[in-house]
Design a protein around this ligand. Sequence first.
Ligand code: NAD
Ligand code: MG
Length: 394
Amino acid sequence: MMRKQVTVLGATGSIGVSTLDVLARHADSYAVFALTGHTRMDVLLAQCLAHNPAYAVVTNAEQAVSLQARLQDAGLATRVRHGEQALAEVAADERVDVVMAAIVGAAGLVPTLAAAKAGKRVLLANKEALVMSGALFMDAVRSSGAELLPIDSEHNAIFQCLPADYAKGLASSGVRRILLTASGGPFRSMPLEQLSQVTPEQACAHPNWSMGQKISVDSASLMNKGLELIEACWLFAARPDQVDVVVHPQSVVHSLVDYVDGSVLAQMGNPDMRTPIAHALAWPERIDSGVSPLDLLTTGQLVFEAPDLQRFPCLRLAREAAEAGGTACAMLNAANEVAVAAFLQRRIGFTDIPVIIEQAMNCLPVAQVIDLEHIMLADQQARQCAFDWLAARA
Ligand code: NAD
Ligand code: MG
């Protein structure tokens, strides 16, 4: 049997590393076509040595020259390319079967969309790409016949709990609502008055998951759940009011689907991203992921509680953007990216994050989305509003 050819966008990150771990367990079924990385060139080099891809893609020419020389010294034929065009090409290449979209943030939009347009099996970790481009992205998937499989643990869980024909509409599938679980992050029960003083280190110390910095901060602010609410609406053709968020600090139930007959289906498992990665790679088959079996007897109690919107205004802002539609979600995402970067650089406090986002949302009108240029423009304008806020404060 021919091995499936896989491109991993964002190979050097947390999801990228987990993906390569799963692929290495099934080297008879999958070959690595291309690996991409933005920083951590030593990690990318080691990954190339281990997986021997046809291509490696980096951000700039300097990185490309240096990595190419090191690969040649090691006797590898891997060709190194650089830049956004190259990212899109290794995602859309006709030799590729599967693309793992695991670049973080808006930087992943163009290559992820290229994979969707080229009709690939797209394993979507890069939720920001779908949040930004929504209808445009889903149209590309439909018209190319791409297979879009969610990697976000919640959406992967929902996908597993929905009937096979959910695309005909949630109501006609007997679905009452989708329940998106949230861990609540590291600040779920911290006294409110301490929130403004928390450090990036505290925000990145997630109780259950080990992830990249940006998504860790998003998890602490619950913006991650807000982005996931928007993501769920696009993936499952749901209205925002059909998606509820429930805080579940143990991160064992990864999400649930509530049916009109009173049945509630949940997917459970240890919090390890290799489960959704293996699921989406092999779907509809099942393969070993390396994740240890869930031991219910040592799991202890499962707790569920309502999210505190006063503590976590980002969740409210995301729901408002989901309801507004158009360019609102791209604006929300862009302002959040600027705010999170500023927080990580210790330029603002944690509680400034929703303040920046809200003022960026208010400084621009929501426009209709006709094409990618509209999205990029909204993204740029919202970033500018957020930068202006930062400059005015400095
Ligand atoms: P990470 O920061 O660990 O890795 C990000 C990857 O993107 C790296 O390979 C980096 O080199 C690349 N990258 C960053 N900026 C880039 C740029 N400008 N151009 C090209 N490449 C760039 O992040 P992560 O935790 O692996 O998350 C990746 C995506 O998956 C995010 O969208 C995140 O929301 C989503 N996700 C992650 C997890 C998780 O457990 N880590 C879970 C669900 C969803
Ligand atoms: Mg998630």
